[in-house]
Write a protein that binds this ligand. Structure first.
Ligand SMILES: Cc1ncc(COP(=O)(O)O)c(C=O)c1O
Length: 449
């Protein structure tokens, strides 16, 4: 198993060949297969003596891969798609082949150095001060949780009398904030957004003041602003919320898993005014920064606070305590893949300007899609897109109509667009993060409405 013999040599050629074909050709949309279909077509793959690499690869090529929707297909517009650059995908192969350990400087100095440059690019775009830093974690969920755990630790040391800790965020905040609250056994103070679905600074100040007055034993330890909501792409009033957080001495976290990527474009950068005041922020390169799954950049204004919270200690880990930058020390993880490297490689290879250009392209398509929707006799645009998410409704449709349409759309292998909800009402949304998505793709979908 551990020898690069003739059999492996031939398998290597086949695997690389398959990978290159996947990279060079337009991805098929594909669709999920039922459990029964997969049992029938794949059968039992884990056997005592093994299927052999060729057979296992063939099963993957013929059945398992086509049973997965290609998230980089230009008409995959559901949830938040992915659109890794060719270089980022290629470098993912290198990371996979290299047994790099990305948890500590001792073991992975070169990888950590490169990842940190990519983090610094984001940190500088946000306007965070020199000395800010963090790590790449698996995804926005873990990024948010790690930041909030750090925030609570910081608050606890300042307010030992408090019995229950609270996160303040908007009704539109991502579900991962609720998940973090559950994991941390803290509560959430949900604050309503205005009619344009933004969380406003004055609403935050008012809600927290009232809450603290009524609950003297409870205290808000973190205010979360969303920089690009998942559903509608709305950016909260970041600067005003940051000021409130500063005045109240509360940690300010910006969840920019999807939207903060648009800091890279001069067009949209001003929309994030105030993010430079964040105590922590996240952005997922696997969403709109053209990196493969799974990479979330988690950055702290003062990483030392996070280091004190997250560093794991054990006798066998003492060898790592050398005063160097250990990515493991800044989040809830220990062993880690150098998952920021595909992003770093692509950024280093292409330069940052091309990132802005590719991003602008997706936003142009989103704007053009909004124009088409407004002109469409059956459709109503929910709101003008702020970034690259376009949400709309189909006149007269109920949830079942949306569901049936969406299933047929995928069944006919046209596109993957799923219904969502806003304020209890069903809608459709296009999340456009792929520079390959063209207005022709959008037209093709709208014709079916
Ligand atoms: C705003 C926001 N925050 C957090 C997340 C969670 O990120 P992940 O799916 O990488 O855990 C998402 C995912 O879509 C998101 O849009």
């Amino acid at each position: 198993m551990h020898e690069f013999d003739e059999e492996i040599d031939s398998l290597a050629a086949k695997i690389l060949d398959y990978s290159l074909i996947r990279l060079k050709t337009d991805p098929p949309l594909d669709h999920p297969w039922s459990y029964e279909e997969l049992c029938e077509e794949v059968g039992e793959t884990i056997t005592e003596s093994g299927l052999g690499g060729e057979k296992a690869l063939q099963l993957f090529k013929d059945v398992l891969a086509p049973a997965c929707i290609s998230t980089d297909h230009p008409r995959y517009l559901a949830f938040i798609p992915s659109a890794p650059t060719e270089s980022a995908n290629l470098f993912d192969l290198v990371v996979g082949a290299s047994a790099l350990y990305g948890g500590s400087w001792l073991e992975g100095a070169g990888a950590v150095f490169a990842e940190n440059q990519a983090l610094k690019w984001i940190s500088d775009l946000a306007g965070l001060p020199e000395g800010s830093g963090g790590t790449f974690v698996q995804g926005g969920t873990i990024g948010n949780l790690s930041a909030l755990v750090t925030a609570r630790h910081d608050a606890k040391s300042k307010h030992p009398e408090i019995e229950k800790w609270i996160i303040a965020c908007s009704t539109e905040a991502h579900s991962s904030i609720k998940s973090a609250a559950e994991v941390m056994d803290v509560e959430i103070l949900t604050i309503a957004t205005d009619e344009s679905n933004r969380l406003l600074g004055k609403k935050v100040a008012q809600a927290i003041d009232e809450f603290h007055l009524e609950n003297p034993k409870k205290r808000v330890f973190a205010i979360v602003a969303t920089a690009g909501t998942t559903n509608l792409g709305v950016i909260d009033e970041i600067a005003e919320i940051a000021n409130v957080a500063r005045e109240l001495g509360i940690w300010f976290h910006v969840d920019g898993a999807y939207g903060l990527a648009a800091l890279a474009s001069e067009r949209t950068k001003p929309l994030f005014r105030g993010v430079e005041k964040a105590d922590s922020l996240i952005v997922d390169p696997h969403k709109w920064l053209f990196a493969p799954f799974d990479a979330c950049a988690l950055i702290y204004r003062n990483p030392e606070i996070a280091r004190r919270v997250h560093t794991q200690s054990a006798g066998y880990l003492e060898a790592l305590e050398r005063g160097e930058w250990n990515p493991s020390d800044y989040a809830i993880h220990l062993t880690r893949r150098a998952r920021g490297l595909p992003f770093w490689f692509s950024l280093a290879a292409h330069g940052t300007k091309k990132y802005a250009k590719a991003m602008d392209k997706t936003m142009d398509v989103a704007q053009a899609a909004a124009v088409l929707i407004k002109a469409h006799p059956n459709l109503e645009l929910l709101m003008e897109p702020t970034l690259s998410i376009v949400a709309f409704t189909r006149k007269g449709w109920k949830l079942d109509d949306y569901k049936a349409w969406s299933e047929k759309l995928l069944g006919d292998q046209v596109a993957f667009v799923t219904p969502s909800f806003h304020r209890g009402e069903p809608l459709l949304r296009f999340a456009i993060v792929n520079p390959w998505t063209s207005i022709e793709d959008i037209k093709m979908i709208l014709e079916r409405l």
